[in-house]
Design a protein around this ligand. Structure first.
Ligand code: DMJ
Length: 933
């Protein structure tokens, strides 16, 4: 493919010199085009950029300093409780914990960030600590993927910059490749994972015992995610090339070769999970986010780092398929690998935010600008990118663990376009992090972007990636002590030197396949954009692409955007029946249902059930329409169910030294003051006596005018509420009596009444799990006077107190589970108005009604969409498009939310949007946790 090398990036290049040119070109791809900017968004002054760069440095110090002071040598900092997260000592969070190997993860992940941020002295100290303290031989089962990208990548990034510094002659003069030796030791520890016939690695390995049973406690897994098996080549090849031990690169190549062989041949897409023994796709949905993302990233970057055409050819083949099927600008929507015209989801996940950055590297700037702009609008609406959001930009999964992907894409787009707009975007990211995620002891992940509540979690990637990209965004060349263009970023933003492409390359091209010749030659266009040519003549290029998308989020109709077949548009054929238009009494509609293989069953209880059998459809196109109809119907149903359930509430500690920075997620009550309709309640807290609140209080003077704390158990919630209300309390917080319980590990729920009339209860009541409750109890012990705010959504912290900071206490977090697919028919119940009331919340007294749990048991989008043919779902009809008034209302709420001058306690409460979104979280959560591995 030598001719490809001659196009696009300059003059023809001799074949032999290809890889070195690739390295040089890759560096060029990332060279800033700032010099060519002449008009458009207001340019940012050097002073302003420096100010923002310094702000990033200060934020990094806050995160890293607190980790080192309060958590090290633990893997991660728990920023709410201000201590280290030690695996085994905290309730398990499932797969997320597989990143923790008791190897001081955050320190290793931060190594090269220290150098990028010009903290060379701290880097030297950190390397000494790693060499002195880190043990890689722990009896812990870890994720091969996470250990590779974070720890192996961290050690190699550290080594790369250590030797660079040593060569400069000032720092690291004592360094003798010790980090590389550790990396090699770790590499050998990961190798047993590849002991499968396919060459795909097991997803987990025991650092001490490998995958041998029984000591290893792993090795029985059959599936892994595509990204998990396909995101090794950069680190493994770097390790081989640094050390001369070729085995690592060989293993990683073999895994990639296998994935390539297994791609779905007609669509050239890969699924999300694959059986590591048989190579069968376990999940056949395909996107560019969770579960697949960095597989694509590594194909292109492997080409850049290693100069091997086969990786570029594979990447281009996949990219072509992505742009054909998944990209629906500005959206990127998952599809089925066998039926790529069929969407597999109606929502997107936050991990796909890296994709615009990869498109910059590929040289496809337009869709990168479009998708980035869409993501930015979602961020402006919710302050952060929720873990998942629907095609109409509603929150699907409200968590945000401080992911860096959007900052990454912002940086690369700025490099490519030089448009100062992207500097303003970065500024917003910094402001939001400080305003909403910063806590006295670090930065806390958002548990719910809608309520602003926190999670006791600061993932190591926040330090490895976020600060690097934000700092680089505002840095000029002279602000960095080395030339960043000489390195490539791994998926964890670790830096590997491009000169590796010319070192120890003996195994290059060993395993390449030979099918590419069949493909259209345009696939192999040289991939690097020459920004010097692209933009000088059109400095408003990026702006002109963004302009039409300006209001794409605000103007969207909150209804799933379902792809309508292209041929329908083209032929002018009647559009297929949409679920929202369906009427069970319309004979024409019934006829269409029949054609689509959907039958109507009238149930005894008056409900009508829809069942789809794809094989009964008149044609495959009708079967597809039927599937889409069923998916829409399920979505409408889920929407209606959501509206019957109460959203979570927030307990925000507002007194010194918290000043609103710590926000706890609380369960609502089905009785008492509805915080969504009324102003929030603010007051000091006092424990009731008796603590269970089951009889008349003996300390009414203590709780009078305050928010009473009561322990769960021994009587009805409503009874507790009446007792504290009679004692003069203005609100109540019920704290779970089940010690150690936490929203980390249990779904939130709402407190039911006592089966009687509860209109007499006028005060607001909220529920906290034990761990969240103990944050308040600890605060009372330490500060005596503790004031809290009960509300539907956390309010901005008091601006006057903004600068004061001190550590706080206790935690909250998340849970997870799996999902299943594979089916042969699909069912939907249509419930009329009356029966929908029957369907409303379970109100069993004292036992809390599990709003989410109920929901999780009813509808899972993954089940709906992964396979057309065997779901059993119940639905009510709903799905009106939000009217203009609603949109304006929501818009004004958003604007007010983001206005830093609005003092808290005076803001509009956007309950409708919260109500509309709340119910989908568990479903999305289950899927995403599985995806993420
Ligand atoms: C990082 O660990 C890596 O970027 C990975 O590829 C996926 N995402 C996380 C951060 O969100």
């Amino acid at each position: 493919m030598s001719e490809a090398g001659g196009r696009g990036c300059g003059s023809p290049i001799p074949q032999r010199a290809r890889w070195s040119l690739v390295a040089a070109t890759a560096a060029f791809c990332l060279v800033s085009a700032t010099s060519v900017w002449t008009a458009g968004a207001e340019p940012m002054s050097r002073e302003e950029k420096q100010k923002l760069g310094n702000q990033v440095l200060e934020m990094f110090d806050h995160a890293y300093g607190n980790y080192m002071e309060h958590a090290y040598p633990a893997d991660e900092l728990m920023p709410l409780t201000c201590r280290g997260r030690v695996r085994g000592q905290e309730p398990s969070r499932g797969d997320v914990d597989d990143a923790l190997g008791k190897f001081s993860l955050t320190l290793i992940d931060s190594l090269d960030t220290l150098v990028v941020l010009n903290k060379t002295k701290e880097f030297e100290d950190a390397v000494r600590k790693v060499l002195r303290d880190v043990n890689l031989d722990n009896d812990v089962v870890v994720s091969v993927f996470e250990t590779n990208i974070r720890v192996l990548g961290g050690l190699l990034g550290g080594h790369s910059l250590a030797i660079m510094l040593k060569e400069k002659g000032e720092y690291m003069q004592w360094y003798n490749d010790e980090l590389l030796q550790m990396a090699k030791q770790l590499g050998y520890k990961l190798l047993p994972a590849f002991n499968t016939t396919s060459g795909l690695p097991y997803p987990r390995i025991n650092l001490k015992f490998g995958i041998r049973k029984p000591e290893a406690r792993t090795g029985t897994e059959t599936d892994t995610c595509t990204a998990c098996a396909g995101t090794l080549i950069l680190e493994f090849a770097a390790l081989s090339r640094f050390t001369g031990a070729t085995i690592f690169e060989e293993y990683a190549r073999k895994a990639l070769d296998f994935l390539w062989e297994k791609r779905q041949r007609s669509s050239n897409l890969v699924g999300v999970t694959i059986n590591i023994h048989t190579g069968d796709w376990v999940r056949k949905d395909s996107g560019v986010g969770a579960g697949i993302d960095s597989y694509y990233e590594y194909l292109l970057k492997a080409y850049v780092l290693l100069g091997d055409d086969s990786f570029l050819e594979r990447f281009n083949t996949h990219y072509d398929a992505i742009m054909r099927y998944i990209s629906q600008p500005p959206l990127l929507l998952d599809v089925h690998i066998h039926k790529p015209m069929l969407n597999a989801r109606t929502w997107m996940d936050a991990l796909l935010a890296f994709f615009p950055g990869l498109q910059v590297l590929k040289g496809d700037i337009r869709p990168a600008i479009e998708t980035h702009e869409m993501l930015y609008q979602v961020i402006k609406k919710h302050n952060f990118l929720p873990e998942a959001f629907t095609t109409d930009f509603r929150v699907h999964w409200a968590q945000h663990p401080l992911r860096p992907e959007f900052a990454e894409s912002t940086y690369f787009l700025y490099k490519a376009t030089g448009d100062p707009y992207y500097l303003e975007v970065g500024k917003t990211l910094i402001e939001n992090l400080n305003k909403y995620a910063r806590v006295p002891c670090g930065f806390a992940a958002m548990k719910d972007v809608r309520t602003g509540s926190h999670e006791d979690r600061m993932d190591s990637f926040f330090l490895a990636e976020m600060f690097k990209y934000l700092y680089l965004l505002f840095a000029d060349k002279e602000d960095i002590i080395f030339d960043i263009e000489d390195y490539i970023f791994t998926t964890e933003a670790h830096l590997l030197p491009l000169w590796l492409s010319t070192t120890n390359q003996s195994i290059s091209k060993k395993n390449t396949t030979s099918e590419y010749t069949e493909l259209d030659d345009s696939n192999f266009d040289w991939t690097c954009p020459n920004t010097q040519i692209l933009f000088p003549n059109d400095p408003l290029y990026a702006q002109s692409i963004r302009e039409p998308l300006k209001n794409v989020v605000d103007k969207s109709c909150p209804r799933g955007i379902i792809r309508v077949r292209e041929e329908s548009f083209r032929s002018g054929a009647k559009p297929p029946l949409r679920a929202r238009d369906f009427m069970a009494t319309n004979p024409e509609h019934l006829e269409i249902l029949k054609k689509m293989g959907v039958s109507l069953i009238h149930l005894k209880d008056g409900r009508v059930q829809l069942v789809q059998h794809a094989i009964q459809a008149a044609s495959s196109i009708d079967a597809e329409d039927g599937l889409r109809f069923m998916q829409e119907m399920i979505e409408l149903s889920s929407q209606q169910q959501k509206e019957q359930q109460l959203p979570p509430r927030a307990v925000q500690i507002v007194s010194h030294p918290f000043f609103g920075r710590v926000v706890l997620t609380a369960g609502p009550a089905q009785f008492g003051l509805d915080l969504s309709k009324h102003k929030e309640t603010r007051g000091f807290v006092a424990s009731s006596k008796p603590y269970n609140g089951c009889s008349e209080l003996t300390n009414p003077e203590a709780v009078m005018g305050k928010i009473a704390l009561i322990q769960r158990g021994q009587c009805m919630f409503a009874e507790k509420a009446r007792n504290i209300q009679n004692a003069g309390a203005i609100g109540g917080i019920v704290i779970d009596d089940n010690e150690g319980s936490s929203s980390d590990t249990a779904p939130l729920f709402q407190m039911a009444g006592d089966g009687k009339d509860t209109d007499d209860i006028k005060i607001p009541m909220l529920f906290l799990f034990s761990k969240e409750g103990s944050i308040i109890l600890d605060a009372i012990r330490e500060y005596e006077e503790v004031e809290v705010l009960l509300s539907d959504k956390a309010k901005d912290r008091d601006p006057e107190m903004e600068n004061e900071e001190q550590p706080s206490s206790e935690n909250d977090s998340q849970n997870q589970s799996g999902e299943q697919i594979s089916s042969s028919s699909q069912e939907v119940d249509l419930v009329d108005q009356e029966s929908s009331e029957e369907n409303s919340l379970n109100s069993h007294p004292e036992s809390l009604s599990l709003a989410n749990m109920d929901n999780a048991a009813s509808i899972s989008p993954s089940e709906q969409t992964s396979n057309p043919t065997e779901n059993h779902e119940t639905t009510n009809l709903n799905g009106e498009c939000t009217d203009l008034d609603n949109q304006l209302q929501e818009q004004s709420e958003t604007e007010e939310d983001s206005n830093p001058n609005v003092s808290w306690g005076k803001k509009v409460q956007p309950i409708d949007s919260i109500l509309a979104d709340w119910n989908e979280d568990i479903e999305a959560f289950e899927m995403m946790e599985k995806d993420e591995l």
